[in-house]
Design a protein around this ligand. Structure first.
Ligand code: 5RP
Length: 228
């Protein structure tokens, strides 16, 4: 079993009857959706789910999970998702897909947010391996770019998978991948990006994870927010 599957199974064991559970997006979140569906089918677990993307909603429905429309949700018990980077303070970088707006909404609204990663995603600082994904209102790109550059950012709009134009997020935003000077810490960067008009959302998830499950050679290591 891969480390992604291990952490997904571990997270699914923490789900109990009656929970409203948020489903993340990506290959690790997929394993969690599969395990949750298995527990519902084979063990009679009774849960309602809300998906962070169309892809995850379709997968959950195909596997027989009960899903509720995103628009109807104002609170959830548990949100489970993967991440691209996790710092020692449990700040996350997410958004290599194009669904980070819904992902952050669910993470923020949830009582608990369990993050599932392999050890290779642990980093000393956010931005170590990836640029920061930033969703921008299309009409505001030039204005936002100027603000990002004034704060030490450099980068450009993401190209679509065919490299024949820019990528568009699920919500119709442009996605910029921006790197910043190493000396800007994630807390400061989060505040800077939150303060720029025209940015719809960005991939730094600061102070949101309650638990990070790290898969290391078939074992699961649990890290709790506040204990580092
Ligand atoms: C999507 C995400 C994913 O959770 C992140 O990219 C990890 O993906 P995977 O589980 O496939 O490694 O943030 O927006």
């Amino acid at each position: 079993m891969s480390d992604k599957e291990c952490v997904a199974k571990h997270a699914a064991k923490q789900v109990v009857d009656g929970m409203l559970v948020g489903l993340g997006t990506g290959s690790t979140a997929n394993y969690f959706i599969e395990e949750l569906a298995y527990r519902s089918r084979e063990q009679g677990l009774k849960v309602i789910t809300v998906a962070s993307s169309v892809v995850s909603a379709i997968k959950a429905q195909q596997l027989g999970l009960t899903t509720v429309d995103f628009e109807r949700v104002s609170y959830l018990d548990l949100y489970v998702d993967g991440a691209d980077e996790v710092s020692p303070e449990l700040t996350l970088l997410k958004g290599q897909g194009a669904d980070l707006v819904r992902e952050k909404l669910l993470a923020t609204a949830s009582e608990q947010f369990i993050v599932l990663i392999e050890a290779s995603k642990l980093v000393a600082r956010i931005g170590q391996h990836f640029a920061i994904p930033i969703e921008v209102m299309p009409c505001a790109w030039q204005l936002v770019k100027k603000q990002l550059e004034a704060n030490g950012g450099h980068g450009d709009l993401r190209q679509n998978t065919h490299k024949k134009g820019v990528a568009i997020s699920t919500h119709g935003s442009l996605i910029a991948d921006i790197s910043f000077d190493q000396h800007i810490d994630a807390k400061t960067l989060n505040e800077i990006l939150n303060g720029i008009s025209g940015i719809v959302e960005h991939g730094i998830f600061y102070g949101l994870a309650t638990t990070v499950l790290v898969g290391i050679n078939g074992q699961v290591q649990e890290r709790q927010a506040g204990n580092f």
